[in-house]
Design a protein around this ligand. Structure first.
Ligand code: TXA
Ligand code: MG
Length: 369
């Protein structure tokens, strides 16, 4: 649990968007808004999405305006299932069938050749389209209500946050991002997974992992029976015969080291400067900051002695639990008027690949108000 915050520490004030519980009435209203080209925020099992009619370029343009997102960034099309996906992709290769049958509905996005008629606004002008079938019952109910109301039944939806900022995992997070500029946020409670879907590109004749997520590279490889690649051309999963190259001091590449290619672009970022700290260095770094008079947030598996300038939160040992809490914890730290956030480095194991990816990006973008 978070310690109670001293009342002198400011929190960010926000206008409140209209948050509605899910009911036949709110789903109907959401469907009507979508048909009218408006935006509706909705829960998925990963994070909340900012949804617009995927068939309407004007509606999709509103997403970009609301988020402040560059227009060449493609958005994912959310569909009810495999049958609907066939309308948005020019071709479903055998690998797509296998993965959809196994992982849909669920947190896996597939990049496929786009079908004719998919708006450029959705694809960012690329010849591919990202498609995902969310498992959250509210997302499914919304897609169905939108189809029943005569709409396309497909929602273009990025995460419902301002560009580059922390993705929202509750309806309240969404409201605090957009204030009263958003007509409706459907409330589905806290998102179970807590980080964005795994993205696998099947459009290049081989399977390329563009974003790690809850569905891991090893699991995808097992189901597909072929190598999953990183964008830099390395395999995403180290071969079994490389597994004896364990580094006993925990440094360097270990068999389970999360493989994430390239420099991490800034994303998912708190405004407060944030640092990842190896376990052995945490206590001394925090101590130094506190001695300098800084107010610090610390998220670690290691317990630190209490200090009035420190807001400490226990980090879970389990990667899925950590992912579930990740964005809510960063948001709480960010709202607490801290000078610095310290997060203990996650274990270098395959299970932690997606969490490591998101933490790295958050650090890169942190500290920019
Ligand atoms: O879990 C999720 O995927 C959430 C929920 C709302 O479904 N959505 C999400 O959307 O994370 P967004 O826009 O925040 O991130 C989508 C990512 C972007 O990095 C985008 O570049 C990539 O998907 N993407 C979408 N279409 C693509 C395409 N055709 N080719 C390559 N990347 C694509
Ligand atoms: Mg996003």
């Amino acid at each position: 649990m978070l310690q109670a915050l001293p009342s002198a520490w400011p929190s960010r004030k926000t206008e409140v968007a209209r948050i509605e519980a899910v009911s036949p009435q709110s789903l109907q209203r959401a469907a009507e808004l979508l048909k009218a080209g408006e935006l509706v925020a909705f829960p998925t099992e990963t994070v909340y999405g900012l949804g617009a009619d995927a068939a309407s370029p004007d509606a999709v343009a509103r997403i970009f305006a609301a988020k402040g997102r560059p227009s060449n960034h493609p958005v994912i099309v959310h569909v009810r299932g495999k049958d609907d996906a066939a309308r948005w992709a020019a071709d479903l290769p055998p690998a797509a069938h296998v993965l959809m049958d196994r992982f849909w509905p669920g947190p896996l996005t597939l990049i496929l050749p786009r079908a004719a008629g998919v708006p450029d606004a959705v694809t960012g002008g690329q010849d591919t389209v990202g498609i995902r079938c969310p498992s959250h019952p509210v997302a499914q109910a919304l897609l169905q209500a939108f189809a029943d109301a005569g709409g396309s039944g497909a929602l273009a939806a990025p995460s419902a946050n301002r560009f580059g900022r922390i993705s929202p995992t509750t309806a309240q997070h969404v409201a605090s991002e957009f204030g009263d500029r958003l007509p409706l946020v459907l409330d589905g409670g806290a998102c179970q997974v807590g980080i964005e879907s795994t993205i696998l590109d099947l459009s290049r004749g081989k399977a390329v992992l563009l974003r790690p997520g809850h569905v891991g590279a090893a699991e995808l490889q097992d189901v597909l029976g072929e190598t999953i690649w990183l964008p830099d051309g390395c395999p995403a999963v180290l071969p079994v015969d490389a597994r004896h190259e364990v580094s006993p001091d925990g440094q360097g590449v270990t068999p389970d080291t999360p493989r994430v290619s390239g420099a991490l672009a800034a994303h998912y970022a708190p405004r407060t400067p944030m640092t990842l700290v190896p376990p052995g260095l945490l206590a001394s770094q925090v101590q130094a900051a506190l001695q300098g008079g800084a107010k610090v947030g610390v998220w670690s598996r290691e317990t630190l002695p209490e200090h009035p300038g420190m807001l400490w939160r226990a980090a879970p040992d389990d990667a899925a639990v950590f992912a579930h809490m990740l964005y809510a914890t960063l948001r709480e730290f960010d709202a607490a008027g801290l000078d610095h956030i310290f997060v203990q480095e996650p274990p270098r194991e395959a299970d932690w690949a997606a969490v490591s990816d998101r933490l790295g990006r958050a650090v890169t973008g942190s500290g920019k108000a």
